[in-house]
Unconditional design. Sequence first.
Length: 365
Amino acid sequence: MDRRTFLIGVAITAAVESASGLGNTSDVADSLPCLKRKARAAGMLYGASAVSGGFKNDSGLATAFRQQCGILVPDWQLKWIHVRPTPTTYNFSDGDWLLNFADSYQMAFRGHTLVWHQGLPSWFGTQMSKEGARLTLTQYIAKVMGHYAGKVHSWDVVNEPIAMWDKNPGGLRNSPWLDMLGPDYIEIAFRAARQADSKTLLVLNQNHLEYEDDEGTRTATLNLLRKLKSKNVPIDALGMQAHLVANQKSFSAIKLTRFLNEVSAMGLKILITEMDVTDKYVSGTQQQIDQAVADEYARFLAPVLDNKSVMAVLTWGLSDKYSWLNSYGPRSDGRPVRPLPLDANMNPKPAFHAIANAFDHAAKR
Ligand code: XIL
């Protein structure tokens, strides 16, 4: 879709919103605190992933996104499975649409993700080979990053490289990339990324870093980062996914603070890239469940936002209506999970106010 067509669509959406009262952003905006403004006041960005539902079919989501988010990351639209449907074609249409949306509302735009063990197209398993993998990977990175060069705040170059349970040296996760290229696939990817876009922040994005029992992953991640830095691999930031769990896991603010300080000491920035709080293990009234989610956000963000290397916080989705956890982590009692700042009707929940409060009390960058 070209930019002119997109902008016409935006104008129509705004007209529809205005007619339907959804667009009375001035009233809605004034009555709701604004997470992006609160984050900006502390020198950070707040935003969210644009999930599969998309803005084209839900003007309520688009309005809430516009009001609350200063940065957008595509949930799946920039993964191999979508961008590279066949070995000879690229598909940037949905990524372009979301970039235009972000541009139109002065949002920054994140890229997610160039190298991951998941989200690979069906042809990958049969068409990829050890001999051709390095060229295919570097050409993919050059093409995709080249397409968006100069327009992306930060790219998740390698996603989830550490998985302690796979028992590989250095804690590296089993991955087709590790199989085909060995541990150097990470360095190869980052060097190709820097060559493709000299301006964007290059991020190593990792999960399972947040809780007491994630100490092994934190240690392996620090060792990997130190090794990459020692080889002058161009890496700018650590992404901490922050898929949190309410009322279930032991949390040590001291250990997390120590880890974040070690990352900062390497001269790296930190982004909280996919924050959400599953309530699947919480029972009680809806109010009690929502409060447990809010408390988990508060418990995590307090030490995290004290670290001035943290430059952005994104939730993985903005509204419970589109959380990936509805499919990937449902509650056993059949109730919908409610992991995000806004409920399915785009109304703020205790989680929203916990995040707002954390920004209000954050160390100013
Ligand atoms: C998830 C998306 O939200 C889903 O829509 C998709 O079907 C699978 O991937 N860590 C990541 C994200 O880095 O890319 C994943 O996103 C969630 C876990």
